[in-house]
Design a protein around this ligand. Structure first.
Ligand code: ADP
Ligand code: MN
Ligand code: MN
Ligand code: MN
Ligand code: MN
Length: 335
């Protein structure tokens, strides 16, 4: 008997959350093709009204579930009963059928103690020492929750997710993992499955995952981003500063459209401080971590061929919707 965990995104606004339920299947060979459509009660997830509550789960990605005997994780898109993509289904809006777009997302998050309602490493009354020693730190004074982070990394790799690295971040209790994939939909699938695994591992430690982009509010602590590194054939083979500039310029007229899907409460994070650009500005620059879009030095050194980093998406953003708007925008560039 195989245990298939069907995972989907609910309809909550402004931030969608993960939902899942288990389907038991006999004689399962482990392929996506063998995963039937399923349904759920959309009236319990803000995706339908009680009178006609069924929504459809359509499997789109499968991997092993390393923490469960005979288990598989099955990422699904949500469809309405009439067979059209549900409005909460950002994946269905991605126009990258030939997988020409490569994405590397840098997912930041806080490990959060639900009892104190503070990050791990924060004393019950007051605050730890100011930011400075925590980024890429080692030692019990500065690195908090490493056993959770390590377990997550092992489980992701065992599931076959293409995690490229992890690091402790600037605030106490804040961490990051990076996932890269050649294909926008697959990159989004992998980020969501990695988030799912992190949430579930947190359960066993009594630690929750705080995806809010500025969980410590206006205090002098970094927020959490989900930088989107992206490229297509044009960028990878540009050999042209002009092409990079034209693609960066294509984002200027669509700032509001981008910000709308770059994660909730981003005005609290994109302040112009803490390695961010102001939400009111649009800028780009080589190696500039204070810009909206950074042109990595790597791309310049490769003779203006490579990738770009949009630094505006935040930790709570839906990578499907982020990829969707980036692809649409890059395709609109006047080269
Ligand atoms: P930093 O913290 O300096 O911004 P990271 O090393 O955390 O950088 O993340 C950089 C990301 O860029 C990695 O996830 C990597 O996979 C991704 N990346 C590298 N080359 C490309 C490319 N050609 N297209 C898309 N993403 C890329
Ligand atoms: Mn029931
Ligand atoms: Mn990084
Ligand atoms: Mn980071
Ligand atoms: Mn980055």
């Amino acid at each position: 008997m195989a245990k298939l965990e069907y995972i989907w995104l609910d309809g909550y606004k402004p931030t969608q959350s993960l939902r899942s339920k288990t389907k038991i299947v006999k004689d399962f060979g482990g392929t996506l093709e063998e995963c039937p459509d399923w349904s759920f009660d959309g009236s319990s997830t803000e995706q339908a009204l009680g009178g006609s509550s069924d929504c459809i789960l359509r499997p789109v990605f499968i991997c092993a579930d390393p923490q469960r005997k005979d288990g598989y994780l099955v990422m699904c898109e949500v469809y309405a009963a009439d067979g059209t993509p549900h409005e909460s289904n950002g994946r269905a809006t991605i126009q990258d059928d030939d997988n020409d777009f490569w994405f590397g997302f840098e997912q930041e998050y806080f490990l959060w103690d639900p009892k104190t309602n503070k990050p791990l490493g924060f004393p019950e009354g007051g605050y730890p020492a100011p930011q400075g020693p925590y980024y890429c730190s080692v030692g019990a004074n500065n690195a908090f929750g490493r056993e959770i982070v390590e377990e997550h990394l092992d489980v992701c790799l065992e599931a076959g997710l293409n995690v490229e690295g992890i690091n402790a971040e600037v605030a106490a209790g804040q961490w990051e993992f990076q996932i890269f994939s050649k294909g926008a939909k697959d990159a989004g699938d992998q980020i969501w499955v990695a988030r799912y695994l992190l949430e579930r591992i947190g359960e066993s430690y009594g630690v929750s995952i705080n995806w809010h982009c500025k969980p410590l509010g206006t205090l002098d602590w970094n927020g959490s981003g989900m930088h989107a590194n992206f490229s297509n054939t044009t960028l990878r083979t540009a050999a042209s500063k002009e092409k990079f500039t034209a693609i960066c310029e294509s984002f200027r007229p669509v700032v509001a459209e981008c910000i709308a899907v770059y994660g909730a409460h981003n005005e609290q994070r994109l302040t112009g401080k803490h390695e961010t650009a102001s939400i009111h500005d649009y800028s780009y620059g080589v190696s500039d971590r204070g810009a909206s879009i950074r042109i990595p030095l790597y791309s310049v050194q490769k003779g203006w061929s490579g990738y770009l980093e949009d630094r505006r998406p935040n930790s709570a953003a839906d990578p499907y919707k982020v990829a969707s708007v980036i692809i649409k925008t890059v395709k609109s560039a006047k080269l």
